[in-house]
Design a protein around this ligand. Sequence first.
Ligand code: PLP
Length: 491
Amino acid sequence: MKYISTRGDKTEFSSSQAVIAGLAKDGGLFVPKNLPVLDVPLEELSKKDYREIAYEVMKLFFTDYTKEELCECINRAYDKKFDTDKIASLVKRGGQHFLELFHGPTIAFKDMALSILPHLLKCALKKNGINDRVLIMTATSGDTGKAALEAFDSVESTRIIVFYPKGGVSPIQERQMVTQTGANTKVIGVKGNFDDCQSKVKEMFSDPGLAQELSSNGFRFSSANSINIGRLIPQVVYYVYAYVKMMEANEISEGEALNFVVPTGNFGNILAAFYAKKMGVPVGKLVCASNENKVLYDFFNTGIYDRRREFILTTSPSMDILISSNLERLIYHSLGDDAQKNAVLMDRLFEDGFYEVGDAQREYMKDFVAIFANGQQVSDTIKHYYDSCGYVIDTHTAVAAYANLKNMENDRTKSVVVSTASPYKFTRYVLSSIDPSLVSDDDLEMASTLYDISKVEIPKAISLLKDAKVIHDRVCETSEMPDMVREFIRN
Ligand SMILES: *Cc1c(COP(=O)(O)O)cnc(C)c1O
């Protein structure tokens, strides 16, 4: 399996090389030259556990890793760090299935992929005889940052620097990041929004001068953002897993269509569902659920992607994004894998702030259904599930749960709502939706309240925050981000 850029650079990368590089040199994203097809029958997969299914999926993409290497990565990633040995938990509440992807160390779904990325990367460096140290540089809308910090904390030969929008993440998210231990970690608040952070990080990745400076200090860049195939591919696994576990539970029969409803921001999670479908999993609709930053809703409904709009801070901050990076991969595929045409559209987005796709592209994307929820609808949905069955969902999951209820008005296909964060990560919004009188000034105290009403055990990720010391307190302008990087690699 070879990987090439979505923007026209014809250089072919092996999977391990693509994991190391993160982003293609021309600014494009790596895509598999051909999407593989599952070679184990679904019936057989349904008897396997998460790790075994992970192997069956990942071996098709990470073809230059040996079986031993890949299994070791998988076993190290999906272990006791997760608070359920199922790793991903498929639950039925109020008649609806939810795929809980928040049982990892930082209680958001980013752990599903970031737990394995450092292992894939370390192995890749060794395979390719690279002795440089790696600087992981990441922009975060809140959850990636912590999951990446946790994953790379004290990993030898790596350093990680995380930029987050100051004031644009939840209090718990910020506290999780700024208390990060590990001498190889650095967290910086940026005076700007997530798109500002992400654009600057992308720019730094393709800045030859900065790469040169890094290199003379014995470093090279890599990315832990969802543009790295080392993040994208591990996410395909849980869609295969969810489908076959629905079969095993006799909720669907083999071959029956199953919709996935995905709370979407950077489009990585839902793109993984699309890849699962292309690989032969009988996925029906891919319901793309957005918050009020509904750039994807508008795109799927009009064919015009237009980022020229106000950036709205919502109660689902991890989805506050106007430039959904991974959509580029779908656009590229929709153009019949034509990188030249894709590059034209991406240049337009960069220069003019919008692009439009044609009818053939829209036809290619017809399985995507886009729905958005506003703040009130998110709140009402949280309250609805709590009142009707005592199940507490977080704000991101609620965006999807709302979209699911809406989609079910005219689609009777069974569905799975992808649950991307623990309600403990967004306690303030969750409690104020259920009963505003439960809200207090202290975010950690509210965790106890949430426990009282839900009886779901408080995750360690939260209880340990109480006594954790703030280690990172730097804040910078977007323009100063390269200086932060330079400073970090010099000492
Ligand atoms: C990152 C994130 C999302 C959005 O996922 P994408 O892959 O960026 O679309 C949704 N919910 C939560 C809780 C997240 O952390």
